[in-house]
Design a protein around this ligand. Structure first.
Ligand code: PRP
Ligand code: URA
Length: 230
């Protein structure tokens, strides 16, 4: 029996409940279908990578909409002036390793020759506490808008630690845009409480954390599924 097309049902918190600094992608049928593929435990790595990359690209395009622009006038081949806009400042990407590195290719596709810094933060598998191991960032990062990349926002511990590193390197909160595939209310509130002025652009807000501090329904361990699973 065939199933009639239907409107997507959403059980996560509604956007009205989100902190003011949080922006979500529009929940189109396409986005819901892409997420259904990567959430499916039977999806193998090749498809997981392909469809996660598709969502990353949509997310990065939306993140770039949050960068400020200034007036810019150009001449067109018709000899007329076009009063347009250009990006206001320089940007850089900063990925939270390992999973955040999966988002770098999407950023490079949109921003040619973009500089990318790396911060290695790992969650302790027993306690879920985030631990900082390493950071290597562009020298002039303090004068750039930073697109912070991590596909998963669970307790918020890793992202909060990464923002601490950026702020220690002179980046103001107002110049940080955190780009994230799957978040949950707990992580979003923790981030907002710690750093209310950074922008968070998340592709999907899930229901909650489970006892192991994994996002549910979620998609499991993003880094394992993208880099090392079958
Ligand atoms: C995952 C994920 C985030 C973090 C989210 O990384 O990519 O960085 O957990 O959890 P949190 O919000 O509770 O801190 P993990 O430390 O498992 O390392 P990985 O990137 O190597 O998979
Ligand atoms: N890290 C992940 O990859 N997934 C989760 O659900 C939580 C942390």
């Amino acid at each position: 029996m065939s199933t009639a097309p239907q409107q997507q049902q959403h059980t996560s918190i509604c956007p009205a409940d989100l902190p003011a600094n949080v922006f979500t992608l529009q929940r189109t049928g396409q986005l819901a279908a892409l997420f259904t593929i990567i959430r499916d435990t039977n999806t193998h790595r090749g498809d997981f990578v392909f469809y996660a990359d598709r969502i990353c690209r949509l997310l990065i395009e939306e993140g770039l909409n949050h960068l400020p622009v200034v007036d810019k006038s150009v001449s067109t081949p018709t000899g007329l002036k076009y009063e347009g806009v250009g990006f206001e400042g320089k940007i850089c990407g900063v990925s939270i390793m390992r999973a955040g590195e999966a988002m770098e290719a999407g950023l490079r596709e949109c921003c040619r020759a973009v500089r990318i810094g790396k911060i290695l933060i790992q969650r302790d598998e027993e306690t879920a506490q985030a631990k900082l191991f390493y950071a290597k960032l562009p020298d002039d990062i303090a004068s750039r808008y930073c697109l912070l990349l991590d596909p998963m926002l669970a307790t918020g511990g890793s992202a909060i630690k990464a923002v601490e590193v950026l702020i220690d390197h002179g980046v103001p909160q107002e110049r940080i845009i955190f780009l994230n595939l799957v978040s949950c209310p707990e992580g979003l509130r923790a981030m907002h409480d710690a750093y209310p002025k950074i922008k968070i652009v998340t592709a999907w807000v899930d229901e909650k954390l489970n006892e192991q501090k994994y996002i549910v329904p979620g998609l499991g361990d993003f880094g394992d599924r993208y880099f090392t699973s079958n």
